[in-house]
Ligand binder design. Structure first.
Ligand code: BG6
Length: 513
């Protein structure tokens, strides 16, 4: 059986069509076990999987971090977080069982002896708990810690699995801060783990509605004939958050919105919207098509950046009527910071399908509402029959979050004796149609990594291709002379006027969310 065919059998998108691959027993070692991600996302995700009966009971979680504590301390700490952040209410009995599979391993990331002890401990866990020599290493640490950890895993032989078992590594974002650093990171990772062993997380790919894009596009024959420059006027992608920098200034004040959200999450969504149909549902077939989109992104010159990209930062304002400080006043932010907390941009995909179809993206913190959606705006009907401008008559909206669903807007005749045309919506809501809550993205992704399915993870060439598109924008912004302006918007507004002008110049407007 060839590899693609083999992978298609374990692909999550085939759910319902064939049996889903079963996550295998394994030890999950989390580096950075006392960090925010472990508390807010990873442990709650693991608990929910256990509560839903999705997690093999043998899965064993080993928190690896510097601070001294024992297994019991770790379990107590995790219980608090899981109770706070879990999607479902925590049930004592389930927590009681689940917590027995949590262990703590104290070591410095730079101390090889700590990794030797880890290897011994994992052997013992295999014997006692039946984890069968399968290891999943989760890097929930700052990128400067990746190299020492990878080096030591290799030094003690944990990068290689014994016959019939596997070893995999999950790497969190940010995956580099530009193309050279991403390449270097890929080189460092590949010194210890092969590409097949490497799972780069982009948690947007684990969101239910993001996965549904491929089903919507390729399981419904009605869309494909319309999905091109002949029928589509433009596409908008918005990821708005009411949250501010939330104590992450150390990272955010270096990264900014373009690197934090556009390079990864928004470009991944764009790939799903813009890709051609894969030849099968294997991880590599899908990723091959996505990477073709990334490669076709038109690179921007410094002038293009000035004309097509708006960067901005929030100033004092109010969210839900509550005053909030401007970005420069946030804790640990440089009071003269020129980091972008908002980006709006217009880009093009230079291929036949998308020729001359502008893609508008905007992303921002401290906006009036938290919502992520993609809208596909179809061309206008000719104005020969109904003497009315039908601007944006047909819009297909994919709501990634919240209120996950899809709606199609069209024109209808209003009841009555006059011939009045008004837009109406056909609406599908996940919640009401399926009557069950969607799992959190991390639940899905952890399970996929345990099943050996890399479809919803970013491949090396995708990540590097995305940086190749982003770098010229960052370079133009950091130019010593004539760098494009940084605009300001009051917290709680939809960004600076310049973002509206970007579309108004083309005779278009952002969709109201
Ligand atoms: C993260 C970014 O990757 O995604 C954060 O670093 C952002 O800045 C978050 O808030 C948004 O994710 P979600 O799932 O809450 O929409």
């Amino acid at each position: 059986m060839n590899r693609a065919a083999d992978q298609s059998e374990v692909n999550p998108l085939r759910e319902g069509l064939s049996t889903r691959a079963v996550p295998q027993p394994c030890s999950l070692v989390i580096f950075g076990a006392t960090g925010d991600l472990t508390h807010r996302k990873l442990l709650p995700a693991l608990y929910n999987l256990a509560a839903d009966g999705e997690l093999p009971p043998t899965v064993t979680v080993i928190g690896f971090a510097r601070r001294p504590k024992n297994d019991d301390d770790f379990r107590k700490e995790m219980e608090e977080s899981v109770r706070k952040f879990s999607r479902q209410t925590v049930r004592d009995e389930i927590w009681g069982n689940f917590s027995q599979s949590l262990f703590y391993h104290q070591s410095d990331f730079a101390d090889e002896s700590g990794f030797k002890k880890l290897a011994e401990r994992l052997e013992k866990i295999d014997e006692e708990r039946g984890t069968r020599g399968n290891r999943l290493f989760y890097f929930a640490v700052a990128p400067d810690q990746f190299e020492p950890i990878l080096k030591h895993l290799k030094a003690v032989g944990l990068n290689k699995a014994r016959e019939g078992s596997w070893a995999r590594v999950i790497i969190e974002k940010p995956f580099g801060s530009d193309l050279p650093s991403a390449r270097e990171l890929n080189r460092v990772v590949s010194n210890s783990f092969s590409e097949e062993q490497t799972y780069r997380i982009d948690h947007f790919l684990g969101k239910e509605t993001a996965q549904n894009i491929l089903v919507l596009r390729f399981a419904n024959a009605i869309f494909e004939p319309l999905w091109n420059t002949r029928y589509i006027d433009h596409v908008q992608i918005t990821a708005a958050e009411t949250l501010g920098v939330e104590g992450r200034a150390g990272y955010y004040d270096e990264a900014g919105a373009l690197r934090d959200m556009v390079q990864n999450h928004l470009l991944q969504l764009l790939c799903l919207i813009a890709m051609d149909a894969p030849s099968n549902l294997g991880a590599d077939s899908i990723r091959d098509e996505k990477v073709k989109v990334v490669r076709c992104l038109r690179r921007m010159s410094a002038d293009d950046v000035r004309n097509n990209v708006v960067r901005a930062q929030y100033s004092d304002g109010a969210i839900n009527g509550k005053p909030v400080p401007g970005y420069r006043k946030e804790e640990k932010v440089d009071p003269k910071s020129v980091i972008d907390t908002f980006v709006a941009l217009k880009l093009h995909i230079d291929n036949w399908r998308w020729w001359d179809v502008p893609i508008y993206m905007r992303v921002g913190k401290r906006l009036p509402k938290s919502a992520t959606e993609i809208s596909v705006h179809f061309k206008k009907a000719p104005m020969v029959l109904f003497n009315k401008e039908t601007n944006d008559a047909n819009v297909l909206v994919i709501r990634i979050q919240p209120d996950e669903g899809i709606s199609l807007r069209m024109q209808a005749k209003m009841p009555g004796t006059s011939f009045r045309i008004e837009p109406v919506k056909m609406d599908f809501h996940y919640g009401t149609s399926f009557g069950k809550a969607s799992p959190e993205a991390y639940e899905r992704l952890l399970l996929d990594a345990m099943s050996g399915d890399a479809t919803l993870f970013a491949r090396r060439d995708e990540v590097e291709g995305a940086w190749a598109f982003i770098d010229p924008i960052e370079e133009a912004w950091s130019a010593k002379k004539e760098a494009p302006a940084l605009f300001f918007y009051p917290a709680g507004s939809w960004g600076p006027n310049e973002a509206d002008e970007l579309l108004a110049r083309d005779g278009r407007a952002w969709r109201r969310l």
